[in-house]
Design a binder for this molecule. Structure first.
Ligand SMILES: Cc1cc2nc3c(=O)[nH]c(=O)nc-3n(C[C@H](O)[C@H](O)[C@H](O)COP(=O)(O)O)c2cc1C
Length: 224
């Protein structure tokens, strides 16, 4: 399916006139179902090209401050995915004592056992342009870029899970920044923020506790 097709098929399904109550349920339930999967395999739920379309769709449609569109992604499949996790292990092995590395290696092997990894970046050149253009908000632009990046991460994470993959979110930046720059020649202005390994799940997510919403959400002026 071309990227135009995914746009068209999603648009034709969901671009109906806006409806009222109850229409958010499908979205909210997919959001709730998204979990962290550490046990993943090399098997693919969908073709790599469809993963690419989903990432592009998310990056395109997620909102950004002043529509700055600061989020960038590098999608690594197959050998490139393996190479990323091998390189990450190499970097960490050069820094950690051997006894600590054993556990870390197991963790990294778990991510490498997956089918692919999506690296998320902010483009600092766009952030700098925004800071120049709107000096009043200069301090906020890196924060807003991070926020929109997180929105894109959640969107991709949720969509890939809906397609049958399990994902997790990892943060080996900045330790692996130079490896990524050297191997995949991403622009120097791309700042690595997160890594999302994915693959068909081979285990269930762990238990999850929830804090009381009474402590987390305040309401004022409610009428019904
Ligand atoms: C901003 C953010 C950073 C996270 N960083 C990591 C991480 O570095 N390593 C990791 O294993 N999980 C990481 N997680 C996953 C969380 O631990 C996980 O989402 C949380 O425990 C809730 O579990 P769930 O994803 O199954 O709902 C991160 C999640 C978020 C939203």
């Amino acid at each position: 399916m071309s990227s135009l097709n995914i746009e068209q098929s999603i648009d034709s399904k969901f671009s109906q006139p806006k409806k009222g109550q109850g229409e958010s349920e499908a979205f909210l339930s997919v959001l709730k179902e998204r979990r962290t999967y550490y046990q993943i395999s090399k098997n693919a739920a969908i073709p790599d090209s469809r993963v690419e379309e989903i990432v592009k769709y998310a990056i395109k449609h997620v909102p950004s401050s002043f529509n700055g569109q600061t989020t960038r992604a590098l999608i690594l499949f197959n050998e490139d995915h393996d190479e990323f996790w091998n390189s990450t292990a190499g970097v960490l092995a050069s820094m950690l004592p051997a006894d600590q590395m054993e556990k870390t290696q197991q963790r990294l092997d778990g991510f490498k056992a997956g089918h692919g990894t999506i690296l998320f970046f902010d483009d600092e050149s766009v952030i700098r342009q925004q800071q120049e253009a709107f000096k009043l908000y200069a301090d906020n632009f890196p924060i807003w870029a991070n926020q929109t990046n997180g929105m894109a991460q959640l969107t991709v994470w949720t969509a890939l899970e809906k397609e049958g993959f399990g994902c997790s979110l990892q943060h080996y930046n900045p330790l692996v920044d130079s490896v990524v720059q050297n191997k995949w020649k991403v622009p120097l202005t791309w700042k690595l923020l997160a890594q999302m390994p994915f693959g068909i799940p081979t285990g269930e997510p762990g238990p999850k506790d929830f804090k009381s919403l009474e402590e987390r959400v305040m309401v004022a002026g409610k009428k019904d």
